[in-house]
Write a protein that binds this ligand. Structure first.
Ligand SMILES: Nc1nc2c(ncn2[C@@H]2O[C@H](COP(=O)(O)OP(=O)(O)OP(=O)(O)O)[C@@H](O)[C@H]2O)c(=O)[nH]1
Ligand SMILES: [Mg+2]
Length: 352
């Protein structure tokens, strides 16, 4: 007898957008059907090409992505766009603005748009989005574009799923090139100065190019693929400009992305990245499962209430109590960095 997960999987494989939306919701909300569905998906769906699009708020990522998606779809690809919103502390979900944007416009038959909540940071982005990428692949999407706001951890999270990372910048957002360099510039394979119609765009292009040369310490490299003296190949991130209002410059961005993918494949890095992403996913999921199991075990123990009461009275210290709980469910390691105590500490006299 077929389960609900079987049916959704079959519908997914037939490319039904509603099945894709449903599958994404299952995974996002960690429903009880999600693991069975994901198991099928991972077994039977290839890695799509994942392009991460990141950059400071307001640079024009969301304006640029539909142009890029349409271009790829016109070229025959099936494109899924996942827009990762910072979770709202109130709703815990994707911001309303992008939800609305999802439902309006951009109705290319080979483009699928969806906002997903980031659940606050790197872990949330990496765990949920890595699965969603494969869900999209099961539905026949061979390219997945992921938009994230480059505000701290999320751009590092994007590295755990993307093959190519595009950093969007724009004039007038503060000449924060130094700050950019310190974080996200190191991971960008392609830099785009959007709003080329605005004054100062050329200066922004020039300062990004300068910053890249400084960080690469290789002033003679040209943008794209460079042949090194020893025979190896090196990718020097190109800096391009676009105007998302008209779509100008987007074709050049696409050409460079193709070049980047070709280099990754030529160097065997494309498959290596796929393996690394799977490995990271396994490690993250392992941590999740272990933590959940241990947590549920601890919560069923009388010792927890006992320790909590001791903490409340000031008769235990938080670290000692945590260690005592850990010791109760897992044997301590000889290499544990802290002194092992067999019983919860009772030395917290009111000395203050
Ligand atoms: N003049 C001009 N304005 C643009 C261009 N691209 C986007 N904008 C405007 O810039 C604003 C921000 O654009 P978004 O696409 O929402 O920027 P974003 O990077 O997705 O922003 P967040 O999702 O908040 O991080 C909007 O008002 C756009 O209309 C452009 O090429 N030229
Ligand atoms: Mg946006």
């Amino acid at each position: 007898m077929s389960t609900e997960a079987d049916r959704v999987f079959a519908d997914l494989r037939m490319g039904r957008p509603r099945a894709l939306s449903r599958a994404i919701s299952w995974v996002e909300n960690e429903t009880t059907q999600a693991p069975a569905l994901l198991e099928k998906i991972y077994a039977q769906s290839p890695h799509p090409w994942v392009i991460g699009i990141t950059g400071v708020g307001g640079a024009g990522k969301s304006s640029l992505v539909p142009h890029l998606a349409r271009l790829l779809a016109d070229g025959g690809s099936r494109v899924a766009v996942l827009a990762v919103d910072p979770s709202s502390p109130l709703t815990g979900g994707a911001l309303l603005g992008d939800r609305i944007r999802d439902s309006g416009g951009q109705q290319h038959p080979r483009v699928y748009f969806r906002s997903v909540a980031s659940r606050g940071g790197q872990g949330g982005l990496a765990t949920c989005v890595a699965d969603l990428v494969r869900v999209a692949s099961a539905a026949g999407h061979d390219i997945v574009l992921i938009e994230t706001v480059g505000a701290g951890q999320s751009e590092l999270g994007i590295l755990q799923v993307a093959h190519s990372v595009l950093l969007v910048h724009a004039p007038g957002l503060g000449d924060d090139v130094q700050a950019q360099k310190a974080g996200v510039m190191e991971i960008a394979n392609l830099l785009v100065v959007n709003k080329a119609d605005r004054p100062g765009a050329d200066d922004t292009v020039a300062s990004l190019r300068q910053a890249l040369l400084l960080s690469e310490r290789e002033a003679h490299m040209h943008e794209g693929v460079n042949e090194l003296p020893g025979g190896g190949l090196h990718w020097h991130p190109p800096v391009l400009s676009t105007t998302a209002l008209s779509g100008a410059g987007v074709e050049a961005v696409w050409a460079r992305l193709l070049e980047h993918r070709a280099l990754l494949k030529r160097q065997g890095q494309y498959d290596a990245l796929n393996r690394t992403h799977d490995l990271r996913r396994m490690q993250a999921y392992f941590r999740e499962v272990v933590q959940r199991r241990l947590q549920s075990r601890i919560e069923s123990m009388a010792m927890l209430a006992h320790l909590e009461a001791e903490l409340a009275r000031g008769d235990a210290d938080p670290l000692g109590a945590a260690r005592a709980l850990a010791d109760a469910v897992l044997p301590p390691l000889a290499s544990d960095p802290v002194t092992h105590r067999t019983s919860p500490p009772r030395h917290m006299e009111n000395t203050l």
